[in-house]
Every structure is written in structure tokens, then in C-alpha cells.
Design a protein around this ligand. Structure first.
Ligand SMILES: Nc1c(NC[C@H](O)[C@H](O)[C@H](O)CO)[nH]c(=O)[nH]c1=O
Ligand SMILES: CC(=O)[C@@H](O)COP(=O)(O)O
Length: 231
């Protein structure tokens, strides 16, 4: 038996996870009990691939109590059942707007189906992904929004410009969230070809705008219900 920092342990797949995977084979979700010789509480984790599809989120939400059954450990989760009353900003890059308009559409559809009112959503257009970070940070610091969804599409050209824009967009969105304390969600496609991009805005790989809007809803709920600074 292998020894770890926690002492000796066994990893035992749980029956509930097997059921979940049988009913939704597209969901890659692993859950294990850690049984340690020191009898510490069971440790569970999930692993998901890609952005995390809407079906996966529903599934995880519905099966959460099964997946994370532990007697003593307090577990904090954001809900993706309804986002009514939460305010969102969407920062959208105009560059490659054939793609970004479809990502935005997907995001707005998701907000609508989770009962977010239109008047609680502000859409802010910026020239390109490079400009997303500074705007997201500004909006985040305003305190008006529970989450900021950042949407863009970077498509590889001939030069290393692609890497510069992708790196700026990634670190910009990350910094915006860290500096403002408002969740800033990464809805930027980084594609080698236009075909890859089209597949991700309603083609065979779903609509990533819709999926990242769900991430915004979950993070808004997590912060609102569990991570608010104490008054
Ligand atoms: N090539 C892409 C860009 N480039 C533009 C930059 O984002 C930026 O607006 C410009 O460098 C001025 O600061 N933007 C994208 O969103 N996607 C691209 O593929
Ligand atoms: C993001 C890009 O790579 C693209 O817009 C720039 O193309 P290129 O590298 O051919 O100048």
C-alpha cells in the first residue's frame, strides 16, 4: 500500500459516482473516499474536463449531496438553480465579432433561463481581448455586479501575436478578479482556426458563452451566500 503525506490510504470509487457516469457518460466526474489509518474524514473531489458543460453542472448540483457526503466537514457551494436578483456585467471583445456575438447570445440565453432580469445585465464592448482586463477590473471594483463574464475570441494568425493577446487576456481577466474581489469569468476562446471557433459557438462543441455564463451564476451564488466579507 502506498504511503502519502496523509499516511497510508486507500482510494475507493463511490457507487454514486458510477451511477452518475452511467446516466451521463459525457460527464467525467471522479469521487473517492480516502480511508486513512488515522480515520480522518473522507476526502472527495471532482475532476471535470473542458469548460464544464451545462448538463455537467446540473448533474453535479443535483448529485452534490451524494457526491460530497461527509459528516463533519462544512462544504460551501454556489447554486446554479436560479440567479434571480444577481447583477452581471459582460465584457465583450469586438474583434472576431462573428464569433463573439454568438458567445454573447449564448450567455444572455443562459442568464435568461436562470431568471436573471435584463435590467440586471450590463454589456460592455471593448475593441479586443487585450482590453478586457482593465474594463473587467473597473467594473468589478464598482461593487455593482456579483460576477463579470469576459467574452472574446483569439484566432491564431501567422505570427506570435496570438500568444501575446492570449496571455494578456488570460492574465488580465485573472488579475481583474483578484484585484477587484469580484469573480471574473474567463469566456475567451483561444483557437487555432476559425472552424474551431465556430464549433464552440453553437456548433458541435456547444456554446461556450452559455457555459461560462453558468460559471458566472455559480460563482455569484458562492460569493453572495458564503464568501461575503463579514459586516
Ligand atoms: N488578434 C486578436 C486581437 N487583437 C487585438 C487586440 O486585442 C487589441 O485590441 C489591440 O492589440 C489593441 O490593443 N484581439 C482579439 O480579441 N482577438 C484576436 O484574435
Ligand atoms: C491573434 C492573431 O494571431 C491575429 O489576429 C494576428 O495575425 P498575424 O499573426 O497573422 O498578424
Amino acid at each position: 500500500m502506498a504511503a502519502s503525506a496523509f499516511g497510508q490510504c486507500n482510494l475507493i470509487p463511490r457507487a454514486t459516482t458510477v451511477n452518475l457516469l452511467q446516466s451521463h457518460p459525457q460527464v467525467c466526474s471522479l469521487s473517492f473516499h480516502r480511508q486513512s489509518v488515522t480515520s480522518s474524514p473522507a476526502l472527495s473531489f471532482t475532476q471535470s474536463l473542458g469548460f464544464g458543460s451545462a448538463i455537467e453542472r446540473h448533474c453535479v448540483d443535483r448529485n452534490r449531496s451524494d457526491l460530497f457526503q461527509t459528516a463533519a466537514v462544512r462544504q460551501l457551494n454556489g447554486s446554479v438553480m436560479s440567479a434571480q436578483g444577481h447583477c452581471f456585467a459582460v465584457v465583450v471583445a469586438r474583434f472576431n465579432d462573428l464569433i463573439t456575438k454568438k458567445l454573447l447570445e449564448g450567455a444572455l440565453d443562459t442568464f435568461k433561463s436562470y431568471s436573471v432580469r435584463e435590467e440586471d445585465i450590463d454589456v460592455v464592448w471593448v475593441p479586443g481581448c487585450f482590453e478586457i482586463g482593465v474594463v473587467a477590473q473597473h467594473l468589478g471594483k464598482s461593487g455593482k455586479y456579483q460576477a463579470i463574464l469576459c467574452i472574446g475570441a483569439v484566432i491564431r494568425g501567422d505570427t506570435s501575436h496570438y500568444d501575446a493577446v492570449v496571455n494578456a487576456a488570460t492574465s488580465g481577466v485573472l488579475s481583474a478578479g483578484l484585484n477587484s474581489g469580484t469573480p471574473c469569468i474567463f469566456g475567451v476562446l483561444t483557437c487555432d482556426t476559425l472552424e474551431q471557433a465556430f464549433n464552440r459557438v453553437g456548433g458541435k462543441s456547444g456554446n461556450k458563452g452559455a457555459e461560462t455564463a453558468l460559471t458566472a451564476i455559480e460563482m455569484a451564488s458562492l460569493f453572495e451566500h458564503h464568501l461575503k466579507p463579514s459586516e
